[in-house]
Design a protein around this ligand. Structure first.
Ligand code: TXA
Ligand code: MG
Length: 315
């Protein structure tokens, strides 16, 4: 297929070099990760960080995740604790983000953390972002590569559609395998899941005691803001049937795909369903539907993360 986007590049030696140069000069680029695509910049550069907030139209009070190749490099920026080391050993690199206390000597710009005394850190698994992290001596501030409040991108063309000409380089790493954002865990006190993800409470509980953060607490993570991940059209949850004029998101063998029906996983595999969620939102929006009905999604395993995103999208 012809690449109709002039800012999407495949990954090779030349584009790796070019990407590193862009980051070193305080500019930003779109990068694939295993969860969703990110908008990356140098977390130690004010210029980079300002660009990220500006391009995303992100409110300055919503802090960014800082990405590293491995734990060693994060040591000067955050204060490690036992819980972190346990989870790191088990799940990293991978789709999990840790909130830790900021190290006073850090070079991370205060705008990255929205002035908080904590930092969200992550060690992504995708080979392209890892190849880049290996070549630079600063970490990457990298929110999902979408306009604030919108749907996270799961392909290079999604990123191009979000930012148009405002972004010069997007590296193509194929469809994001996981398809929803990383699990965010607060480790500054009793471990709490602030944003559910593919690594769920049950899996983490095998390593340490963890709870799901209560809603309506003082906002610890603006990802907990009620409205978020929105395709910009009304969404009705837990529906049994649908109005034929609108789109219907389903799961399971009972439902066939047709021009109104979009099945997240015929075999009711919740992991597969999560990976198809944002792609499906975008498809429905592109087709011009004015409303989305969604069938009830089982609230277990990855279903918890799916329902979290659906609720926020519907708000
Ligand atoms: O999978 C992911 O995490 C993707 C990829 C690109 O790595 N990134 C991502 O970033 O989802 P973003 O900015 O879209 O979401 C980061 C979430 C937000 O909800 C933000 O409020 C929260 O992490 N966060 C960042 N720093 C925080 C902090 N110090 N304390 C609490 N929450 C924080
Ligand atoms: Mg985001």
């Amino acid at each position: 297929m012809k690449n109709i986007y002039s800012n999407i590049f495949s990954f090779n030696k030349k584009t790796l070099k070019k990407s590193v140069a862009i980051l070193k000069s305080g500019n930003v680029l779109g990068l694939p990760t295993e969860t969703v695509y990110g908008l990356a910049g140098n977390a130690y550069s004010k210029k980079s960080v300002n660009k990220i907030y500006k391009i995303k139209k992100r409110p300055k009070f919503n802090p960014l995740i800082v990405h590293y190749f491995k734990s060693q490099a994060a040591k000067k920026d955050v204060i490690f604790n036992e819980n972190f080391l346990k989870l790191y050993k088990k799940f990293c690199p991978g789709p999990i983000t840790f909130i830790l206390k900021k190290n006073k000597k850090t070079k991370i710009k205060s705008s990255v953390t929205a002035g908080l005394d904590t930092v969200a850190i992550r060690f992504p698994k995708h080979r392209i972002v890892r190849a880049i992290l290996k070549k630079i001596n600063f970490p990457l501030a990298m929110p999902s590569a979408n306009l604030s409040m919108g749907i996270s991108p799961v392909s290079a063309s999604d990123v191009a559609d979000e930012f148009k000409k405002n972004i010069k380089v997007i590296l193509n790493g194929g469809k994001s395998k996981i398809g929803i954002e990383s699990t965010v865990i607060d480790l500054t006190s009793d471990p709490k899941i602030l944003r559910p993800g593919i690594i769920g409470k049950e899996t983490i509980s095998k390593v340490l005691k963890i709870s799901l953060a209560k809603k309506n607490l003082k906002i610890k993570s603006p990802g907990m803001l009620k409205k978020h991940y929105s395709p910009g059209i009304p969404i009705l949850l837990n529906q049994k049937t649908y109005d034929k004029r609108y789109a219907f998101i389903t799961i399971g063998h009972k439902y066939k795909d047709n021009k109104n029906c979009f099945n997240l996983s015929k075999k009711s595999d919740l992991k597969e369903a999560a990976s198809n969620l944002y792609k499906t939102f975008r498809k429905i929006k592109k087709k011009g539907f004015k409303k989305i009905y969604v069938v009830k999604i089982p609230n277990k395993g990855p279903g918890i993360a799916i329902n979290d995103r659906l609720k926020k999208a519907a708000n």
